[in-house]
Design a protein around this ligand. Structure first.
Ligand code: FES
Length: 249
């Protein structure tokens, strides 16, 4: 959402230094102002789901951008009155303000992991192939329990039908323990902020998580449960589930 206002304003700054392009630059400043409204709305929505330290930095991010939008508003008004030199100066001031906002936004994304997928590393740690998870008797029926696949914590749900479901335990939203969550209607609900993931394939059916949870296919050998990381191709053919290998046993 921020690409359009920032791209418009940066392009306007370039055109400000090209003779005879004042009207084009004014149009781009106006496009940026209009496009900033939905970007701000999305930003506030994201902000509402952050943790308190992230929220504090988010306010600085929002304030910088608000100052930038105000400067661009003055710039547009000046340009509309034909005062292009003045409009250019206000535009440069606006670009400086939104650049500060962008730098603060980068800090939120890369240092504070705002909106990051906290389960992205699971595929790297688990690797391909089948991995032993434990004995059937280690896991209660109908309640989530924590298990381990190598270095990765997983949540295991033995359904009354006999199906064993396995997802990565750390919630993709902010790392909450799904094994302490609630199971209902084929899904598990994170205890921290309520994200809901489908047990069969990890799909996030309700936010605030924006990424699916890594999911595992299971098989039973004797009483030993083994699990294998699902790939996209595992989610496709319904006939595979009926063949015996898959989540059912
Ligand atoms: S950690 Fe936020 S919903 Fe799970």
């Amino acid at each position: 959402m921020v690409q359009l206002p920032l791209g418009s304003w940066m392009s306007a700054a370039v055109l400000d230094f090209v003779p005879g392009r004042q009207r084009a630059a004014r149009t781009l400043v106006g496009v940026g102002l209009v496009a900033a409204l939905p970007a701000a709305a999305v930003g506030w929505t994201d902000w509402a789901e952050l943790r308190r330290p992230q929220m504090r930095v988010g306010l600085v991010h929002a304030a910088s951008n608000a100052v930038g939008v105000a400067f661009y508003g003055v710039s547009f008004a000046a340009r509309a009155r034909g005062r292009f030199a003045r409009g250019r100066l206000w535009g440069l001031a606006g670009l400086a303000a939104v650049s500060v906002g962008g730098a603060v936004g980068g800090h939120m994304a890369f240092r504070q992991a705002s909106g990051a997928n906290h389960a992205e590393h699971v595929a790297e740690l688990v690797g391909d192939g089948w991995h032993p998870l434990g004995d059937l008797a280690d896991f209660p029926v109908g309640a989530p329990a924590r298990g381990r696949l190598g270095d990765v914590s997983v949540v295991v749900v033995r359904e009354s039908s006999g199906t064993v479901r396995v997802l990565a335990d750390r919630c993709s939203h902010m790392g909450g323990p799904l094994s302490e969550g609630e199971v209902a209607e084929g899904c598990i609900r994170c205890p921290w902020h309520g994200s809901t993931f489908r047990l069969s394939d990890g799909w996030n059916t309700a936010g605030p998580a924006t990424a699916a949870q890594p999911a595992f296919t299971t098989r039973i050998t004797g009483t030993l449960i083994e699990a294998r990381l699902q790939h996209l191709s595992d989610k496709v053919p319904p006939t595979a589930a009926a063949s015996g290998e898959g989540n059912g046993w």
